[in-house]
Design a protein. Structure first.
Length: 271
C-alpha cells in the first residue's frame, strides 16, 4: 500500500508499535512536524548526496526524498526496506540499501542524518566521523543521556575518545530535545537532536591515530596517564620520557588532559 499524503503516511506509522524490533533498538518517530523540522536542519542543497541512517518506516525519509538531491536510505531490517521501496523506490534520485551503517561506504556523502539506535550510537558516530570525509554536516537524533559523551570537556566525567575526536574534526551542538511520547513504541528516556558541523579541512590520518591512541589510554580511566601510557607502549622508559618532554604531570588521569596534549603525544611518539 502506497500512501499518497502526509497525514495518512504518519497515521499509518502510529499503528506500527508491535512491528518495532527490540534487538534493533527501533522507535518510530510519529510527529510529522518534528520530522520535517529535523530534516530542514540538514539544509540539503540540490547538488549534494545525502545518507539517512536507520530509515525505518520513513518518518524522516518522507521529507528527505522531497529534496532534489541524491538520497540513500539505509536500514538493516528487511520489513522496513520493503516498505521504503514501496513508498519511495520509484523515485530516480532515491536509492534504498539494506546494510549496516558500520559496513557502508561513506566516501561520497555530503550530509548525513539519522535516528540512531542506542546500542550502536557511539560506534555509528565514530564511523561517520572517520569515514565520511566529504561530509560537512551530520544531524542525529540520539538518546538524551548520550549527548554528554559528545560534547564533554576535559575533567568532566564523560570526557573521552569520542568527545576528543569530535573536537578535533568539528563542533557539536544540541538543537532541541524530543520527548519520548513522539515515538512508537515510546523509548525509556527522552531523545535529543544534535548537529555536528565538520571543519572544512581535516587530517583524517591524524584523526585515526587520535582515536586509536585515546581508546587505549582511556581503557583504564582511573589509572594515571603515566600508568596507561606504560601499558600502551609496553615500555616504561619511553612513556616516562615522552611525558617529561611534553612537560605533563604524569599523575594526571586521561580525562584531565586536553586535545592539544594528545595530538602532541602522537607527534612525540611518531605513531
Amino acid at each position: 500500500m502506497k500512501f499518497t499524503n502526509q497525514q495518512t503516511f504518519f497515521d499509518y506509522i502510529k499503528t506500527l508499535k508491535l512491528l518495532a524490533a527490540k534487538d534493533l533498538g527501533q522507535n518510530f518517530l510519529i510527529n510529522d512536524n518534528l520530522a520535517k523540522t529535523i530534516v530542514d536542519k540538514l539544509d540539503v542543497k540540490s547538488d549534494e548526496k545525502v545518507l539517512e541512517i536507520g530509515a525505518g518506516f520513513g518518518s524522516l525519509s518522507y521529507f528527505l526524498v522531497a529534496q532534489e538531491s541524491e538520497v540513500v536510505l539505509l536500514d538493516v531490517d528487511p520489513k522496513t526496506i520493503m516498505f521504503l521501496n514501496e513508498q519511495f523506490g520509484q523515485q530516480k534520485h532515491v536509492n534504498i540499501v539494506q546494510e549496516s551503517i558500520l559496513k557502508h561506504d561513506l566516501s561520497s556523502y555530503h550530509k548525513i542524518i539519522g535516528n540512531l539506535p542506542y546500542y550502536i550510537t557511539n560506534d555509528s558516530i565514530e564511523y561517520c566521523l572517520l569515514n565520511a570525509k566529504k561530509c560537512r554536516r551530520m544531524i542525529f537524533m540520539i538518546q538524551k543521556e548520550v549527548f554528554p559523551r559528545l560534547n564533554a570537556k576535559p575533567s568532566q566525567e564523560d570526557f573521552g575518545p569520542l568527545s576528543l575526536l569530535i573536537s578535533y574534526l568539528g563542533n557539536v551542538r544540541r538543537i532541541f530535545n524530543v520527548g519520548r511520547s513522539n515515538f512508537v513504541p515510546a523509548p525509556r528516556i527522552d531523545s535529543i537532536v544534535v548537529e555536528i558541523e565538520m571543519n572544512s579541512e581535516n587530517d583524517y590520518e591524524m584523526a585515526e591515530k587520535l582515536m586509536k591512541t585515546t581508546k587505549k589510554l582511556f581503557h583504564h580511566r582511573r589509572k594515571t596517564i603515566r600508568n596507561n601510557l606504560r601499558l600502551f607502549l609496553n615500555d616504561v622508559s619511553l612513556a616516562d620520557h615522552a611525558l617529561a618532554d611534553l612537560g605533563v604531570d604524569a599523575s594526571k588521569r586521561p580525562e584531565q588532559l586536553d586535545l592539544p596534549f594528545y595530538l602532541a603525544l602522537i607527534k612525540q611518539l611518531k605513531f
